[in-house]
Design a binder for this molecule. Structure first.
Ligand SMILES: Cc1cc2nc3c(=O)[nH]c(=O)nc-3n(C[C@H](O)[C@H](O)[C@H](O)COP(=O)(O)O)c2cc1C
Length: 403
């Protein structure tokens, strides 16, 4: 797979360079910015409102200083760990990212394949372009399915049934999106309800030949999990309108029991950002939580995920598996989150840019970059095994809140 070269410090300007010459996630982002139509690229990058939380997710991770240790035997390192009792090759899972199939044709299938080849979980969003069945058929491997609760419980029961039938190994129930935080660029770009892309965006798409080619090969160009399953609604416009009226604003802890009745398998609650809520999650009987603020796309002004993580781990860490997301752009970030108690990190934008930059090869490159950076970081911090990483790996960290 080849991508457009761009860095001033390399000798590849305007040449097609192999994926392996891409050195970091920022490279993938840069390439995606050229290859993906503007509206869809902006959709991935954006946060809600003033993007304070989006920025803090990244900045607060960088403020945590790693402890360099020397003359420690660091040979034979091991990055394997477990998630929900399953062995995985890296402490990473691909987060649910809506519309990945608009970053590159069949984006969800390609990302799932890259994740499976790397030995890590892939999470399919409710709002994906490729459907549950298409991903299952193309990968032949279990994946996690992310659920947005909607008011039409009949539809949700059916959707959960489809995830079961497809062999999904965990249900990720997202609990921080009962109302939608606004992303200004999406409104400007016409990625609103109903979608109105307008001439400017259509002309911009026409300048992205590789993207057009990939979309021509795509198995789906609408919301794959909804089309054909919502009565009388097939086109993107009506499905988007239907969905917008469906997010269940009355959703409460009482509904978790109903979900568990439909889904007897492993349940992950995604979008916990408060110690009290983490304790309620334990009580609800969920198997895991993801400490997350939806990548800064929902409550703007909320604390960064990393600043909340240690307090939650201290409060419930022994009772529930605590996963983390928000701002992971490097393997060093993963090390920081593991040090503060995350079992694994979910990665959102970092792999979505990979998909935009080069489909499956781009997603694989994103995973590989993060794995290699984590490996080197672990070594330089004096750890051989990722499962041994603990708070000793970072200089004293002051959490914004304690349990
Ligand atoms: C473009 C985009 C779409 C997303 N779609 C979903 C979604 O459909 N369901 C969900 O639970 N989270 C969704 N998220 C949030 C991610 O799962 C994850 O929480 C977030 O991206 C983590 O932050 P990061 O991008 O800094 O890694 C989305 C994030 C992005 C960037």
């Amino acid at each position: 797979m080849f991508a457009l070269g761009h860095r001033a410090d390399q000798n590849y300007p305007k040449l097609l360079v192999p994926m392996k010459k891409i050195t970091c996630i920022a490279d993938l982002r840069e390439i995606a910015s050229r290859k993906v139509p503007r509206a869809f690229f902006d959709y991935v990058c954006a946060g809600s409102y003033e993007e304070e939380t989006l920025r803090e997710n990244v900045d607060d991770l960088q403020k945590i200083k790693l402890r360099q240790r020397v003359l420690v035997d660091m040979s034979g390192r091991d990055l394997t760990t477990t998630a929900l009792g399953e062995k995985i090759s890296l402490p990473i899972a691909l987060a649910p990212v809506a519309l990945t199939g608009l970053q590159y044709g069949n984006g969800e299938i390609l990302a799932a394949q890259a994740a499976h080849e790397a030995g890590i979980p892939f999470t399919l969003s409710t709002m994906s372009i490729c459907s549950i069945e298409q991903v299952a058929e193309a990968t032949g491997k279990p994946f996690w399915f992310q659920l947005y609760m909607m008011r039409d419980r009949g539809f949700i029961a059916e959707l959960i049934g489809r995830a079961k039938a497809a062999g999904c190994s965990a249900l990720v129930l997202t609990v921080d999106l009962q109302v939608l935080g606004q992303r200004h660029c999406d409104v400007r770009n016409g990625l609103s309800v109903p979608p109105e892309l307008g001439l400017r965006n259509v002309l911009n798409m026409a300048t992205k030949p590789a993207w057009i080619l990939s979309m021509l090969k795509s198995k789906s160009r609408t919301f794959g999990n909804l089309a054909g399953h919502v009565k009388g609604m097939e086109d993107v416009k009506s499905l988007a309108e239907w969905t917008a009226t469906q997010f269940d604003q009355a959703l409460s802890w009482n509904d978790i029991e109903w979900v568990k009745g439909q889904w007897p398998g492993k349940l992950i609650l995604k979008g916990i950002l408060d110690v009290q809520d983490a304790k309620l999650a334990v009580k609800s009987g969920a198997d895991a939580i993801v400490v997350s603020n939806h990548g800064g796309r929902q409550l703007d002004g909320a604390a960064s995920s990393i600043s909340i993580l240690p307090g939650i781990v201290d409060a419930v860490g022994s009772e529930i598996e605590t996963m983390f997301d928000g701002g992971i752009r490097t393997g060093m970030d993963i090390m920081r989150a593991l040090a503060l108690g995350a079992k694994i990190c979910l990665v959102g934008r970092s792999y979505a840019w990979g998909v935009g930059a080069g489909g499956k090869a781009g997603a694989a490159r994103a995973i590989d970059v993060l794995a290699k950076e984590l490996d080197v970081t672990m070594a330089l911090c004096g750890y051989k095994r990722v499962v041994d990483v603990d708070r000793e790996a970072v200089e004293v960290f002051q959490s914004s809140r304690t349990a």
